[in-house]
Design a protein around this ligand. Structure first.
Ligand code: GLU
Length: 466
């Protein structure tokens, strides 16, 4: 048995979003959990849509989310290069072999002709498949077109009578008929390798044993198996993970508020939160606890991947964000809060600030709001706060000022004294005090906030309220 090798094979045509991050995670977890390795291959054969900046970004984003690859760009490996755009010589050799065994033929049909034919088939309620027109050209006709320099793709022949059956590790037994597939393109007119071909050849060449990818690739699999068979190359085990959908059941998109890893990182999501969320999106773990990547890998099982579409739930993601945040040390939380917060919180208040605020924030921007509320003067009150403060009245804050003089950093004693002096209690007591001191109706415990504000600032704020 070859040792387990999994891979992530993104096309660098955009930033990694939750859908492909999940596929990458599953692949990496499976490789790791089976004592194997995980490789990264950049599928950049489509020169028009592939961009260097996306390659850089996706490598960065994968590292950020903790998915290091053992083979691939930057780290090298026995099957380099790991960029498909640099693997032309390998593909040429395989095209040659397929051609000499009679598996392929040049197709001179233009885009426009093909489009028209597809439309006609669809209108007639038939599945769109290539008519086989160029397969029937005589050797002379072919030679003549070649001599004229008519642009051509390379097609792979699929016998109508063929049945292609395979066992998908998630979706069980699959069977396709050759006549529904039709002859398909394996080299584009510009000479670049088409997906079915380069993807399958590379998996085999690189010794990939398990291909975990999205359900949208399921119907590509029979084509890829035919290519591998024709080349006498080993086929990997395929595992097609269910699609992620939005709440409306449609494939997850920006419209559902789905964001790229990049945007999630910028918003302050923690890698562990994303790992724990995605690891459970269409896959079950026995534990509801926050798991490390090692633990996620140990519990990962292809048999635990669901067949039903997995619904994206931002509340769940937020739940894991809170779990991940709670697991950080104070120093880590401080770094996570970032430079904006650092610029506002006085150095001698840092420890108190972190302790008070960390249970109340989900993202660094919330921490920044708290830093401003606590340490930026004058405190701005919104209309609702002003109204509540006005309702408490002048006498209430006069009493509060007197109470503060006696209990400058003990909120319990301070509020007790206000209560005693005014007879006001419960929400009517705490709400205006909190608003006057922080401008906000909720948040960290006042017992922590009052000493952090310090006597002078608390006094100024109560004065202002009065
Ligand atoms: N480049 C393909 C994609 O990004 C890879 C599919 C696969 O994993 O086989 O969709």
């Amino acid at each position: 048995m070859p040792s387990t090798k999994t891979r992530f094979a993104p096309s660098p045509t955009g930033f990694i979003h939750l859908g492909n991050a999940r596929t990458a995670l599953f692949s990496a977890l499976y490789g790791r959990g089976h004592g194997g390795s995980f490789l990264l291959r950049i599928e950049d054969t489509d020169a028009e849509r592939s961009r260097d900046e996306f390659v850089t970004a996706l490598e960065e984003d994968l590292r950020w989310i903790g998915l290091e690859w053992q083979e691939g760009p930057g780290v090298g490996g026995p099957d380099a290069p790991y960029y498909q755009s640099q693997r032309g010589a390998i593909y040429a050799e395989h095209y040659q072999r397929l051609a000499s065994d009679g598996h392929t033929y040049p197709c001179f049909c233009s885009e426009a002709e093909l489009k028209l034919a597809r439309k006609a088939q669809l209108n007639a309620g038939q599945p769109p498949r290539y008519s086989g027109r160029c397969a029937r050209l005589s050797a002379d006709e072919r030679a003549a077109r070649m001599a004229q320099g008519v642009p051509h793709t390379l097609r792979f022949r699929v016998p109508d009578a063929r049945t292609i059956a395979f066992e998908d590790a998630v979706r069980g037994p699959q069977s396709y008929s050759g006549k529904d597939i039709g002859d398909f393109i394996i080299r584009r007119a510009d000479g670049s390798a088409a997906f079915f071909f380069s993807n399958a050849v590379d998996d085999a060449q690189m010794g990939v044993t398990h291909v975990v990818r999205g359900e949208d690739h399921l119907t590509n699999t029979p084509r890829q198996l035919l290519i591998l068979e024709a080349l006498g190359l080993p086929a990997p085990t395929y595992a097609h993970a269910s699609t992620i959908t939005g709440p409306d059941g449609a494939p997850l998109s920006k419209r559902h508020g789905s964001r790229s890893l990049r945007e999630l990182r910028e918003a302050g999501y923690l890698p562990t939160a994303i790992q724990n969320y995605l690891g459970r999106l269409g896959h079950t773990y026995e534990s509801d606890e926050l798991l490390s990547l090692e633990q996620l890998a140990a519990g990962f099982d292809l048999a635990r991947l669901g067949r039903a579409p997995a619904r994206y739930d931002p509340h769940q993601l937020l739940h894991w964000q809170h779990q991940a945040l709670a697991a950080l040390s104070d120093d880590e939380v401080w770094r996570w809060m970032g430079v904006l917060v650092e610029g506002v919180v006085p150095a001698d208040k840092r420890a108190e600030f972190i302790a008070a605020v960390r249970p109340n924030v989900s993202f660094p921007e919330h921490a920044f709001e708290w830093a401003l509320r606590l340490f930026n003067d004058p405190l701005e009150l919104d209309d609702a706060a002003r109204e509540a403060v006005a309702e408490a009245g002048r006498d209430f804050f006069t009493a509060a000022l007197a109470a503060l003089d006696r209990h400058p950093d003990d909120f319990k004693a301070f509020s007790g004294a206000v209560k005693e002096a005014t007879g006001v209690k419960g929400k009517a007591l705490f709400h205006p005090l909190r608003l006057a001191l922080t401008g906000h109706p909720g948040g960290p415990e006042m017992g922590r906030i009052l000493p952090m504000l310090g006597y002078a600032r608390a006094r100024a704020r109560l004065e202002a309220a009065r």
